[in-house]
Design a protein around this ligand. Structure first.
Ligand code: MLT
Length: 408
């Protein structure tokens, strides 16, 4: 009989969002008349920007001609998209990132997992707690952890608690760690990092020869110009950080699929013998072997995000979801919930009422208000006692959900 990857058996029963979907389906099947409002998984609801749709339609027409047909594209992504990203997201903000340091992909979830392909198994790894579960699960699946304990923590991983006492920004560790996952604006807590906070991480990484895996999938939700949108806004980050970005949440590409990862050419790792190796070259090699790129049509759609109309339409989408977040914040505060986040992120993080744990509150909200959220404990042991509501839904659904919660 074939051997399985036993590391999968160490995983908690199910990935968080399918587990929520399973419970919701069970509830809907026995209550088919109920009008459920989903503020659980962070999946966008508003239509794709017109600029993106127009660009994709034009690309489809082009593909229908002999001269405009495209077969396999470059594994790194088309240069015109990488140029638009390098200029629009980095150089215009003073970050020294060039188009050839950008790898276009089909998602940050895949990239932040796949990056482990090029990193050795002996690295010490830190994640925040709570955390986007993909970082943890991908380490478990690849055999980089021990077993899970009663509290839900895996042996071999270092957990950095984030909570209201530290403003949801983990303390800089005293010990040496090789890889640190950071996500700002944060999923799930909605917290955002200042320049000063990120600079401390970059300083730590430089002093410890560590690698920061920086997930900036929610960068577009940052309000104002004072907060850093990229780790590369911090001096020295080119030598210690990889950044993941996505078009899922800013331009509504969750179903369309397009994202990118930035690996500066100056970023080095070392072999077991201590020889220095470019991470860029390894990722390029990995992508060339295992990935055939994102479709031409979708990349044309992504390029349109950087056009003047595209930028305007994406801003409208962000403003729309952030107004939803503001409504959620206001309503929950009035209902005397303790809340965090939702000011620079599409997620509001709240304390569950005393006497309930996160999953009990999930069931309570599902049954009593017919509202779906995400239990904080699904994001890690330190998420117990918290709950996440997403601002991704129509205005009327958000208002209706808040009115129902107010009546509980
Ligand atoms: C979430 O709800 O945390 C996100 O949808 C997860 C993701 O983007 O993969």
């Amino acid at each position: 009989m074939v051997q399985v990857n036993s590391n999968y058996l160490k995983l908690k029963a199910g990935y968080l969002f399918p587990e929520i979907a399973r419970r919701v389906k069970e509830f809907s099947d026995s209550n088919p008349q109920v009008d459920l409002i989903r503020l659980g998984i962070g999946d966008v609801t508003e239509p794709l920007p017109l600029a993106c749709r127009d660009a994709m339609k034009a690309a489809i027409d082009e593909m229908g001609t002999a001269s405009g047909f495209h077969g396999y594209g470059p594994e790194q992504g088309y240069l015109w998209l990488r140029e638009a990203i390098a200029t629009g997201d980095y150089q215009n903000r003073g970050c020294n990132i060039s188009p050839d340091e950008i790898f276009v992909s089909d998602g940050s979830k895949c990239d932040s997992s796949n990056i482990l392909d090029i990193l050795g198994e002996g690295n010490s790894i830190a994640v925040t707690d709570p955390v986007y579960p993909v970082y943890v699960d991908s380490n478990v699946m690849t055999g980089r952890t021990g077993e899970i304990d009663k509290a839900g923590c895996y042996g071999g991983l270092t957990y950095l608690p984030i909570n209201s006492e530290n403003d949801f920004s983990a303390q800089i560790p005293r010990e040496h760690l090789d890889i640190i996952y950071l996500c700002f604006p944060n999923n799930p807590t909605g917290a955002v990092a200042t320049h000063k906070q990120l600079a401390k991480w970059v300083e730590y990484a430089q002093q410890n020869d560590s690698l920061i895996l920086f997930d900036a999938a929610y960068e577009a939700f940052i309000q104002g110009e004072d907060l850093p949108r990229s780790i590369y806004e911090i001096e020295g980050a080119r030598s210690c950080a990889i950044e993941f970005r996505s078009f899922s949440k800013n331009a509504g590409f969750t179903g369309t699929r397009c994202a990118f990862t930035v690996i500066p050419k100056s970023l080095k790792g070392k072999t077991l013998k201590g020889e220095q190796v470019d991470l860029w070259s390894l990722w390029n090699r990995r992508q060339s072997t295992k990935f055939n790129g994102v479709s031409y049509i979708v990349q044309r759609g992504a390029q349109a995000i950087y056009s003047p109309e595209g930028k305007k339409q994406v801003k409208q989408l962000i403003d729309f979801y952030m107004e939803n977040a503001a409504i959620i914040r206001r309503s929950l505060s009035t209902a005397e919930f303790v809340i965090y986040g939702g000011e620079h992120a599409p997620y509001v993080w709240l304390k569950v009422p005393s006497g309930m744990d996160s999953w009990e509150f999930f069931d309570f909200l599902l049954h009593q208000a017919n509202v779906v959220g995400t239990p904080g404990s699904g994001f890690g042991a330190a998420g117990e006692g918290y709950f996440r509501l997403s601002a991704f839904n129509s205005r009327s659904n958000v208002e209706k959900a808040m009115a129902r919660i107010a009546c509980l």
